[in-house]
Design a protein around this ligand. Structure first.
Ligand code: ADP
Ligand code: ZN
Length: 721
């Protein structure tokens, strides 16, 4: 027999080894092996095992040295998935294998924690013990056993005294695995299924009866989580397991708690805040089948749940599901693929579905379930759009309407959330007078102002134009590179409300570990009146005392140089305003904009997703953007500006010759230089993602990048920055 092995290096090829006879019966695909590799020993996964002797090969091969762990790390089905993802994303198969198992599990020397455990035993022979030993024995019986160290502490005795009881046969002293439990010490009350309302009941029955993935479109607060919980319960009852994917940012203790309180120890949690030991233990609990429900971020889509019955992707539109380093997979798409290969149901839930999923539902690839009403108490917020180009608000960060509304909340002791989506470096060129944004005539995306050569560029097709003197729409000399950040907004707020307690939450204020939870905790305990922040505060948070949400500048995200800008803006506005009025108190959402007639802002303020999606899909179709095409970005980085531009142009020219591809000019990225490296990009579109991946694989191996230049293909790119 011979085996093909993926070595622990991103070489993008399998190596062939012979299988020693004594290993033949134990060897299985997915196992971790030790193999000779050059002069050293390498670790690798068995990918294929074939019959046929090594003699038949035209070259001599070396034997496998040993099997590290006889239980495979990957099932054959997950290996299939891994192969497909490697091909789809044009990434080495080794990189996908690595992404599919936590590093803490594969680390050499990683193992379970073993401690000494003491259990009462029953001795039948006559045993003589001193009075103290008799007492100790009774205590161990009373406690039903325990960890040696803990017992000694609790009973104020020593290990050797307990061992004496052991030698007399009164207790059994043995080594046992002790789980490193990420939720240890936390008291979580159990919860019972709620009576579903008619919309929820309908959604649940669609999920349980559909053999297609189900898009669960439910407004914020419509009770999607309760539907997930009851779908999982039904899957568990049939003896199968479930995976719940949650965006990392909303993987808070509260979210985890909702699943643990329903399914107890049967839930394994995988997220980035776990210690290595906890992660190791959680992963093995899943592999051994002790945990049948997994809650985690995108990488949990690979969790080794045997007999998988259901995958839930909550907030399926979240861009956090797209990995932005190799392999650049999208966990939602992997979930759909895995569901299909393993016969598991798939639920994609969102208040604002991605246009990809919405279209899949409208062409019948997915089934659709809708929930239009809030399930618990609370009514949807009233929305008000404030025109910032009107004279009373011109030049201000806060409109009079918003200031008045905040003042009312401060008076009443209610809380306010203010949202400002200010992403650092990029600026659009906007007319302060009429709100017009300068756009690329060919692509209908806003131009980006490039400071280096002071011109406007389009990041899709590479077109450019000088900055005009006056606004092309109204003729006013009022063009500006707008942008107010959270810090400036905070200072302005303090100037208006000297006594208000304000918390700011953005990448700067949350760089410390746990500071994210600390800030939200303080706000929940009402230690502040106003929470001001970036998109970090937009999601999944439920604050009962918040009755006002203000969006300071809805245009800043609308004018991002990205064909998804309208979609993101709609999502943000819908999610942000969903924060207001979740409990008994009615809520208001106030949206400040320079462009109150924008269809996106209007649809968002009316909460009309379907209207937004129809209009936006028509534009995407006309411009050959996703979901009507697949769009990939070739990213190039080098310390040498000449190398990066020359190679970018060469790759672009070569790709342009490939039939079926629509290729833009090579352009400097919006973020032209980062960490000392110059960045260029090429945007490539095609009907099929495979056309792009294959062309790039061929080109990058025919013309490999020189030393010092890094190139990477980002298929179905979410960031064009
Ligand atoms: P979503 O995930 O759709 O935003 P949640 O699952 O957080 O909504 O539900 C919003 C609130 O409604 C929660 O407090 C939840 O406990 C409550 N809720 C959900 N379903 C029901 C129901 N059937 N009856 C009563 N309350 C419910
Ligand atoms: Zn263009």
């Amino acid at each position: 027999m011979i085996a093909k092995v993926a070595i622990d290096l991103a070489l993008d090829r399998l190596f062939t080894y012979s299988v020693p006879e004594e290993m033949e019966r134990k060897l299985a695909v997915g196992q971790l092996l030790l193999v000779p590799f050059g002069r050293r020993t390498a670790r690798g996964f068995a990918m294929e095992i074939c019959g046929g002797g090594a003699d038949a090969l035209p070259y001599t091969i070396k034997p496998i040295l040993s099997i590290v762990d006889e239980t495979p790390f990957f099932s054959g089905r997950i290996l299939d998935l891994v192969r497909k993802i490697a091909a789809y994303t044009a990434s080495p198969i080794e990189s996908v294998l690595k992404a599919a198992v936590p590093a803490a599990v594969l680390r050499p020397g990683a193992k379970a924690r073993e401690l000494i455990y003491v259990e009462p035993a029953f001795s039948f022979g006559p045993v003589t013990v001193t009075k103290h030993q008799q007492w100790l024995y009774e205590q161990v019986v009373r406690l039903g056993g325990g960890w040696l160290q803990q017992l000694c502490r609790e009973l104020k005795t020593t290990p050797s005294t307990i061992r004496t009881l052991g030698s007399k046969g009164l207790v059994a002293v043995k080594v046992r695995e002790r789980r490193r439990d990420p939720l240890a010490g936390r008291r979580i009350l159990s919860s019972k299924p709620l009576d579903l309302n008619p919309e929820q009941a309908e959604a649940l029955s669609t999920i349980l009866s559909s053999d297609r993935p189900v898009l669960l479109h439910g407004i914020t607060g419509s009770g999607k989580t309760e539907v997930y919980l009851q779908a999982i319960a039904s899957i568990l009852a049939s003896g199968r397991g479930a995976i719940v994917l949650v965006p990392e940012i909303s993987l808070t203790p509260q979210t985890v708690q909702r699943f643990v309180s329903r399914f107890g120890d049967g839930v394994a949690v995988l997220h980035s805040a776990l210690s290595d030991g906890e992660r190791y233990d959680e992963w093995h609990r899943i592999r051994r089948g002790e945990a049948r429900v997994v809650v985690g971020p995108r990488s949990a889509v690979f969790a080794p749940v045997a007999d998988l019955g259901l995958i839930v992707v909550d907030e399926e539109h979240e861009t956090g599901y797209k990995q932005d380093e190799m392999p650049r997979y999208h966990a939602r798409d992997v979930a759909v693929l895995r569901g299909a290969t393993e016969g598991a149901k798939v639920v994609l839930g969102s208040a604002t579905p991605s246009l990809e999923s919405w279209r899949n539902a409208s062409i019948g690839k997915y089934a659709l379930a809708s929930m239009t009403r809030r399930a618990g108490s609370g009514t949807p917020p009233r929305s008000l759009v404030v025109d910032m180009s009107s004279t009373s608000s011109a030049g201000r960060i806060y409109s009079k309407e918003l200031l008045d509304a905040i003042a009312v909340r401060l008076d009443r002791g209610e809380q306010t959330i203010l949202f400002l989506n200010r992403r650092g470096w990029s600026r659009s060129v906007t007319c302060e007078k009429c709100g017009h944004v300068i756009e690329c005539p060919d692509c209908s995306v806003p131009y980006t102002y490039h400071r280096a050569d002071s011109c406007c560029r389009c990041h899709v097709c590479g077109g450019w134009a000088p900055v005009p003197d006056a606004c092309p729409a109204c003729g006013a000399h009022a063009l500006a590179y707008r942008g107010v950040g959270t810090q400036r907004a905070e200072a302005a707020l303090k100037a208006c409300f000297a006594k208000a307690r304000i918390l700011r939450m953005d990448a700067d204020s949350t760089s410390r570990k746990n500071s994210h939870d600390d800030i939200l905790g303080a706000f929940r305990r009402h230690e502040a009146d106003i929470l001001l922040g970036t998109q970090m505060i937009a999601k999944g948070l439920d604050f009962p005392n918040v009755t006002l949400v203000g969006v300071l500048n809805a245009d800043s995200s609308l004018n991002m140089p990205d064909f998804r800008a309208a979609e993101r803006t709609f999502q943000l506005l819908a999610q942000v305003s969903g924060r207001a009025g979740r409990a008994g108190l009615p809520g208001d959402a106030l949206i400040q904009t320079f462009d109150p007639s924008s269809p996106v802002i209007r649809a968002a303020s009316n909460g009309d997703y379907a209207a937004f999606a129809a209009a936006e899909l028509a534009e995407r179709k006309a411009a050959f953007f996703p979901p009507y095409s697949h769009l990939a970005c070739v990213n190039l980085r080098s310390e040498d500006p000449k190398v990066v531009s020359e190679w970018a142009c060469m790759y672009a020219r070569s790709l342009m010759k490939v039939p079926g591809l629509s290729v833009g000019e090579a352009v400097p990225s919006v973020l032209e230089k980062a960490e000392g490296r110059y960045r260029w990009q090429i945007v490539v579109r095609a009907e099929k993602a495979q056309t792009i991946a294959r062309a790039w694989k061929w080109l990058s191996s025919a013309r490999p990048a020189p030393h010092g230049l890094s190139v990477a293909l980002d298929i179905d790119a979410y960031s064009l920055m």
